[in-house]
Each structure stands twice: as structure tokens, then as C-alpha cells.
Design a binder for this molecule. Structure first.
Ligand code: ZN
Length: 286
């Protein structure tokens, strides 16, 4: 758990997926990235699925909802999904939070590993909100792209994760940076997708940024030129990271990573040669 001024931020796991190494590493040669993560015998590397449970301004806020429970056995196999810390819902229960207690759900973007837990199937096959009293938010641009995917982007956009929420009026589409509650803002961080957003926490003179897929692993945040093959606008990702590296150096803000199996959060530090690295801080899932 992190305390940022008055805010408390808990890290909850919805599992670990095994991704073909070409995904997270893109153009980075294996000789370089394999110093950071060792691939398995199928050339896959792990990505953890981290959600945040934030208590701020009297509200219970969930950031991203993992892969959820609508997956077929085939999809579970495709993702290589295991859940050593249980599901997101079980993690919330350890914090004594029931799905009905969540006031706000922030989706950083609408890829399946970030929002499939938004909705559940009812016994008669309807799709409804997994967090029945929550007000969901995502960027309008992200929603429009997700509803009109192309041959390159459609692999991980599933309308059942978000369209029913917009139809029921439970999901609000945001146009740009927005305050969610005092101390919690979403900021558009394009590149991974054009409508991708990160979550900025500011309270009591302290700050933190949940970068989501602006930098899937800590090393992606350190090295501007390293980015995943999933990014639809890689050169935009690069400029987004340049801007937020500057923020991290100027504020000494805590940077929280969503998919890194070893470095969950840290501070960016620049040495005398200008090399920028993350100094990890201790963190654990609930
Ligand atoms: Zn992701």
C-alpha cells in the first residue's frame, strides 16, 4: 500500500499472463532484453495484471479491472493466465471491498487485459456491470477506436467489456484530462493507443503516476526508445514518455507500473552521465 498525502493506493493482482516476447519487446534485441526477463521455453515472458484500489475524497476507486471471469477455457490458455494471488474480486475482498462498494471505475484503455473485468454475465446470459453501483470512465477517443477497430487493433477489443455500460449510462466518455475526485486526475498519455490515459495522484505535496501501458515494464519507462509492439503509435509513446520522465525527475513522484513482474513502483533517478533508471520501492499485492 502506498500513501500519497491523504490518498491510499492498494495494488491488487488479477493474475499473470504469458505473452510472446515479441509483444512486450518489439524491436529490442533479445540479447538486450533477456538481461531483464528470462523467456520460457515457448519464448514467452510474464506480464502481471495490476489493478489499483484507491481511497480518495471519501470514494472507493478502482483503476482497471483485469481479465475478469468471462473468459472461455480457450482464452485462458491463449493468455497463459494463472492467478497466484487469486482474482481481482478476491483481492478486493481481502480489503473488505465488495463489488457493490466501488464508486468509480477508471479504465486506462479498453484492451482486454485492462477492462474485461468491467462486466459479468448473468445467469440468463445478459452482460451487466461487475461493479453495479460504480460510475465508469474512459476517454471518448479510446471508446470510439474500440468500437471501430481495424485489422491491426481488433485483437483485444471486445465490445461486451464496455458497450453495455455506455448503453446503460454507467460509463462516461471523457474528453481529455479530467479530475475524477480531488487528488485523482486522469491524464491522456497517447501512443499505446491514441486515447490511452494514465492516473495522476496528488495530495499533501506528494504525487504518483499509474502509467499503465505508457510503459508496461519499468525498463520501458527508463529507456525512451524501448516500447512494446502493441503500441499503435510508437513515436507518440516516445514523446509521451519523454514528457513524463521529466515530470518524474522534477517531482520525484512515485511511478507505478502495471505489468512488470518484479518492479511494481519506483522513482526515476538521473546519474551524472544522464542515465535515467528507476529506483524500486518495496511493494506487494494485497
Ligand atoms: Zn496492458
Amino acid at each position: 500500500m502506498f500513501k500519497i498525502g491523504e490518498l491510499s493506493i492498494h495494488l491488487i493482482s488479477d493474475g499473470t499472463v504469458m505473452m510472446d516476447s515479441g509483444g512486450p519487446w518489439g524491436l529490442v534485441p533479445r540479447a538486450l532484453w533477456s538481461k531483464y526477463l528470462t523467456p520460457d521455453d515457448q519464448h514467452r515472458v510474464p506480464m502481471v495484471l495490476t489493478s489499483l484500489l484507491v481511497r480518495a475524497a471519501g470514494k472507493t476507486i478502482l483503476v482497471d479491472t483485469g481479465l475478469g471471469d468471462k473468459l472461455t477455457p480457450k482464452m485462458i490458455e491463449m493468455w497463459g493466465l494463472t492467478r497466484p494471488h487469486g482474482t481481482l474480486i478476491e483481492g478486493l475482498a481481502r480489503l473488505a471491498v465488495r463489488p457493490a462498494d466501488v464508486d468509480i471505475v477508471i479504465d486506462t484503455h479498453l484492451h482486454g487485459d485492462h477492462c474485461a473485468g468491467n462486466t459479468i454475465f448473468t445467469a440468463n446470459g445478459d452482460t451487466v456491470a461487475a461493479f453495479p453501483n460504480a460510475h465508469y470512465v474512459v476517454q471518448r477517443r479510446e471508446y470510439e477506436d474500440a468500437m471501430h477497430p481495424n485489422e491491426r487493433t481488433r485483437g483485444t477489443y471486445y465490445a461486451i467489456n464496455y458497450e453495455p455500460l455506455v448503453q446503460s449510462g454507467q460509463m462516461t466518455l471523457l474528453d481529455g484530462d479530467s479530475e475524477i475526485v480531488p487528488g485523482v486526475r486522469v491524464v491522456v498519455t497517447p501512443g499505446h493507443t491514441p486515447g490511452h490515459q494514465s492516473v495522476l495522484f496528488e495530495s499533501g505535496g506528494e504525487c504518483a503516476l499509474f502509467v499503465s501501458d505508457m510503459a508496461s515494464y519499468a525498463i520501458h519507462f527508463e529507456k525512451l526508445g524501448w516500447m512494446t509492439a502493441y503500441d499503435v503509435e510508437p513515436l507518440v509513446t516516445l514523446e509521451t514518455k519523454r514528457r513524463w520522465q521529466q515530470w518524474a525527475l522534477e517531482t520525484n513522484g512515485l511511478v507505478i507500473f502495471q505489468h512488470d513482474p518484479t518492479i511494481m513502483a519506483g522513482h526515476l533517478v538521473e546519474d551524472e552521465k544522464g542515465l535515467r533508471t528507476i529506483t524500486p520501492v518495496e511493494a506487494a499485492f494485497v
